[in-house]
Every structure is written in C-alpha cells, then in structure tokens.
Design a protein around this ligand. Structure first.
Ligand code: SF4
Length: 475
C-alpha cells in the first residue's frame, strides 16, 4: 500500500483508505477547477470514484464517475462546471459497493433548494437510520445522511446549517463532511474527530480539505484544523462556527499518522513524514537487529526505514524497485487482484540484496498476503536473513470508522502470536512497534487517538453485524 497519492494505489496489503473531501467558497473563482486540484492532492484517500458538485448561485451541477480524478475530469468537463462554490470527493467504498450510484458527492434536489454532500468515514448506526428512512437508490450511509438533511430543509424550510445542526446529532460513528446548498458551504467533523479536516484561505476565499496537502497544491494558506465536533458554515465570505454535538474526547485515527495521510500533510502541528521517521527510530531502539542493510517497502515503509537506519547505523538501501507505470488500471480492490499485482509492481534488486542480512521495514501488516510475497522475493534475490520490522502494532481488530478491513477472519494478527505471524510470513524475525512508542512518535497527546484496530478499545459502540454491504443486503 502506498501512502503517496500519485503512486500506484493498488499495491494494497492493508485496508482501503477512508475517502477524501474538499470544499471551496469564494468570489470570482473557478470553484470546480480548484476542487479538481484539491481532489488530485487527495487521490490517495480513495481511488474508486471521484466527483465534484458546483453551484452558480442558483443551481447545483454534479459530475462524478468511477475512476481516478484525472480519469473522471478533463478540460471539457471542468469548463461545464461554472460557479463560485463547490465540493468534491474521492472515494474508497467502506459502506456499499463500488458503483456509480454510490459515488459522491451525493445530491438531492427539492422544491426551493438542493444539497450535495461528501463524506469521509463510516456511521455506526447505519441500520437504525436505514430502518427509519426507508429504501434508497444508493447503498451508502452517506446517502442516508443526505436524505435526512434534505428532508428537514424541504419540510421545514430551514437553512442548511440549521438542518445540519438538527440532523447531525442523530448520526453516530465517523463522519467528516463537506456539504453545500446553492449558496452555503459547510464543513463538519464528528465529535470524536476520527478523520481530519482543515480550513484554508486562498486570496480571500475559503477552502476546506481533508488534509493540508490539498491546500498546498492550490497555494492556499493553512488557517487551522476544524475541531472535533465543530461545524463551520461559510456564506458570502463570512465563516461561522457551530457546535451541534455533545462534547467528546478527540479520537483521531492513529492510522492517519501511520499511513493514511500524505507524508507532506501537517496534522495537529506534526509533519506526517517526520512522525513516520520517528516511528522508525523508535523501532530501532525497541528492536536492535544484527543486519547489513535496511530496505524499505516502497513507498509506505520509506520514512520508517530512514529512521531505523539513522538510529541503528545500518545502511539504508533501496532494495525493492517499484514499477511506477503499472497499476493505474488496477483499481479493483478485490483480494485476487492484489495478489496478482505484487510482482508486477515491485522487484527485488539482487545486486544489492544478495548475501546480505536484510531488515525489511514497512508501516503495517493487515492481511499479510503482500508481505509474505515480499519476504519470499527478498529471499529469492539472495538475502541470507530477512528481519521484518513494522512501524505499528499488530492490526488485530476490524475498523468501523471508515477503513475497509473486512471482518476479523481476514486480519493476519487477529488470532496469531507474533512468532506465528513471522513463521507464516517466512521471516527470520518480526517485531512490531509497541503502541506506546507509536503514540509517542506522533508528537501528539497519546490519549487523543482512536487505536481500536490495535488495542480493541473502541471509543464508541460498534455494530456487531454491520458490514460494508449492509444496505445492499437489506434492500
Ligand atoms: S479502528 Fe484503527 S483504522 Fe479505524 S479509526 Fe480507529 S485507529 Fe483508525
């Protein structure tokens, strides 16, 4: 799995990312084009579909399709999306299958207005909401949210921020949103703040994005993170904060630091790349290894391998070469496709590996199928020993907050000891970074994270039977 959004997205031995959301509101701007560039910077958060909705002040137009941002949009499409207000979305399906109907932004038109919504995260009370709202065309929790917000606006003639303030408290779980009607842009973070959302300013116009890298690509200035539980609305250049939720402790997903977020993004004052290097340094202290070279699994293992090498003094070597030009069309996240794709995308360099004791560094192992092939590949290239070092703890529990992990049976570490995992993967040794060390390496307060997939401590109630296709089974 690659943390870089511009590298192939399908070498994915971990769950899919959680979607990227974006919004921009201003005067005399080409909002759709700005959104296109913002989504381009958020491509790593979802490669299955991309979409933009734009308002010219009176009507909302939505354009979305399956595929990468650059495949969905071109000059002609963007030229047909005029307006000063837009939101956008890149999707990895975490509720509902990868279909056009489930791509976002979700759109609803009603008598006097229309809304569009882009969602990052997963609700945990989807079944309850679905039974209240009834069958819909699409099969996502995002559709349910849109429906209930639009219903309130249509029935009661209230503004988008007012409808959101009423509707949001009934949603449970993870939801970072950008929402718009014809005149107002809104950004929302659920009360735990599972997923990030930041606010930026571009020549007097406002930008909202999942990550700061999307501000950078536009040349926008970072203003601040939108806080857990905060909703900001922007109308006619005026920005207002609302607090529609009961207060809760921040539970930012720790995997944003481990591999979801772009390395060049800054999250709560911490540059993600540097935090990942610190994880590697910490791993070297925790697990010193007699070895000749440190080899990263590209791209995801690179910063941790750099940190490991720096601290251990073992030379860093690019021993796995990536084919940058394979994989663009392999956007189907099915396991069979992933397995076939590994050798097309990575190749071990015999010249630097042969006869060496290798420390192979990656940031996480979820299902383990890719890691197993990589260990075998490094051995075939002549490594005398392969020592796996992973810059996060064993991934033992499924995520209900926007990561597509499948159920526990798909998780390599669910019921295995570390020694059993090492044996399964064919490694001479295996060490995972301890949770305390991981949290310390983030540079952020350790008690402000969700660590449920690593610790089993879920910050909310979680559904027992809900799965990605819950609404498809029930409709
Ligand atoms: S369960 Fe894991 S992947 Fe899901 S939000 Fe929590 S830390 Fe992130």
């Amino acid at each position: 799995m690659n943390e870089s959004p511009l590298e192939d997205p399908t070498l994915d031995h971990r769950p899919g990312e959680a979607c990227g959301v974006f919004g921009v509101s201003g005067t005399d701007i080409d909002a759709a084009r700005l959104t296109y560039f913002g989504l381009f910077a958020l491509q790593h958060r979802g490669q299955e579909s991309a979409g933009i909705s734009v308002s010219d002040g009176e009507n909302i137009t939505v354009y979305k399709d399956l595929g990468l941002v650059a495949q969905v949009f071109n000059e002609g499409v963007l030229a047909g999306l005029p307006g000063n207000l837009a939101i956008g979305h890149t999707r990895y399906s975490t509720t509902g299958s990868n279909s056009w109907e489930n791509s976002q932004p979700v759109f609803r038109h009603f008598g006097w207005n229309a809304i569009a919504l882009a969602h990052n995260g997963n609700l945990t009370n989807t079944a309850d909401l679905a039974s209240e709202i009834g069958p819909l065309a699409a099969t996502t929790d995002s559709e349910l949210m849109t429906e209930s917000i639009a219903h309130l606006m249509a029935e009661e003639g209230i503004s988008l921020p007012d409808a959101l303030s009423r509707a949001l408290p009934q949603f449970e779980g993870a939801f970072t949103l950008t929402v718009m009607d014809t005149t107002t842009l809104v950004g929302v973070r659920d009360r735990y703040g599972f997923r990030p959302l930041c606010l930026g300013e571009l020549d007097g116009n406002w930008v909202i994005a999942s990550e700061t890298a999307a501000l950078d690509i536009l040349g926008a200035t970072f203003v601040r993170q939108i806080a857990p539980g905060e909703m900001v609305s922007i109308l006619d250049g005026e920005i207002t904060s609302h607090w529609p939720f009961e207060p809760a402790e921040s539970r930012l997903c720790v995997f944003e630091f481990v591999y979801f977020a772009r390395p060049d993004s800054i999250l709560d004052g911490q540059t993600i790349h540097m935090a990942r290097q610190r994880m590697g340094r910490s791993l070297a202290v925790q697990a010193p290894t007699e070895a000749d070279i440190v080899v990263p699994v590209p791209e995801s293992g690179i910063p941790a391998a750099q940190g490991y090498s720096d601290t251990s003094g073992i030379p860093y070597v690019d021993g796995l070469m990536k084919n940058r030009y394979v994989g663009r069309t392999f956007i189907e996240p099915a396991q069979a496709m992933r397995d076939r794709g590994v050798r097309m995308k990575l190749n071990a360099m015999r010249g630097v590996i042969e006869g060496q004791r290798v420390v192979l560094v990656d940031d996480s192992i979820v299902r383990g199928s890719t890691t197993k092939q990589l260990v075998a590949m490094v051995r075939e290239a002549g490594a005398t020993e392969v020592h796996l070092r992973i810059s996060s703890p064993p991934y033992r529990w499924p995520c209900f907050y926007g990561m597509d992990t499948g159920d526990r049976s798909t998780l390599l570490a669910a019921d295995r000891t570390v020694d059993e995992i090492a044996k399964h993967l064919g490694a001479d040794s295996l060490v995972y970074l301890d949770l305390d060390n991981l949290l310390e390496a983030t540079g952020r307060k350790p008690d402000m994270f969700c660590t449920a997939c690593l610790s089993g401590n879920y910050p909310t109630e979680v559904p027992i039977t809900d799965g990605k296709f819950l609404l498809e089974r029930s409709t």
